[in-house]
Ligand binder design. Structure first.
Ligand code: PMT
Length: 215
């Protein structure tokens, strides 16, 4: 199958030398890409800045920095994919102004005005007209089930993969993860703590099943 995967963080410029970002290492998204390539799928990986080697055998690796760039990369490539997995930790807000010159330390305090970034997952169905299997992630510190089910419905996902990012042993920038799966048909499943490679393998199998069911 042809599969689009987003991974890693985004960087939202404050000025030419500073940015807003988050703790995503890209490990979860790259583990998914690695498994999918190994299983013979055609994988487009759209990645924020990470310190990881891209799997060999990708159909395409698109390196982006900002949420806007990730939005455009997904918009331009999602057509024709049978499944799309949105694992990237995309910034929800970016600075409204990002001057061309470095902000100098002249004042005692500095207020940054932020605006919402593009909602890439939320654009997949209505904006991009994507009708394949849509998999979103949910990174939550509390009320995981409530927020994950909300995302499932609001974004038109077939599956939401939720992880508890308040824990230090799983989630952001770790080698292991534990995820709870929320399916559109109401099923729920937990993949207990294991390596991200293990989670990636199981998720790709589940997504293969969802794609087969849709054919
Ligand atoms: O990269 P690692 O260090 O391995 O960590 C893995 C992970 C914790 C980043 C990963 O497992 C994960 O949870 N990814 C989603 C992170 C996130 O941004 O979650 P969210 O609940 O804020 O967003 C929900 C969904 O909307 C996600 O699919 C996200 O990609 C998408 N999104 C978010 C904001 C935005 N502007 N556009 C989006 O498409």
């Amino acid at each position: 199958m042809r599969l689009l995967i987003t991974a890693g963080p985004t960087r939202e410029a404050i000025d030419p030398v500073r940015f807003l970002t988050n703790r995503s290492s890209g490990k979860m998204g790259y583990a998914l890409a690695e498994t999918a390539v190994a299983k013979g799928h055609e994988v487009i990986l759209i990645s924020g800045p990470v310190n990881l080697e891209a799997p060999t055998g990708l159909a395409e690796l698109v390196s982006i920095e900002s949420a806007r760039e990730m939005f455009e990369a997904v918009r331009d490539r999602i057509d024709g994919c049978e499944a799309a997995i949105f694992c990237a930790a995309v910034a929800d807000y970016r600075p409204v102004n990002s001057p061309d010159r470095k902000i100098k330390k002249t004042e005692d305090s500095l207020t940054l005005e932020l605006e919402k970034t593009e909602d890439i997952l939320g654009s997949a169905r209505s904006g991009f007209g994507f009708s394949g299997i849509l998999v979103g992630f949910a990174a939550e510190t509390h009320d995981l089930a409530k927020y994950a089910s909300g995302k499932l419905e609001k974004k038109g996902c077939d599956l939401v993969v939720a992880n508890d990012v308040s824990r230090r042993d799983i989630g952001f920038d770790t080698d292991r993860n534990e995820v709870q799966l929320f399916f559109a048909d109401g099923r729920r499943e937990t993949l207990p703590v294991q390596t991200k490679a293990g989670i990636g393998q199981k998720l790709v199998e589940i997504i293969e099943g969802l794609v087969k069911g849709q054919r």
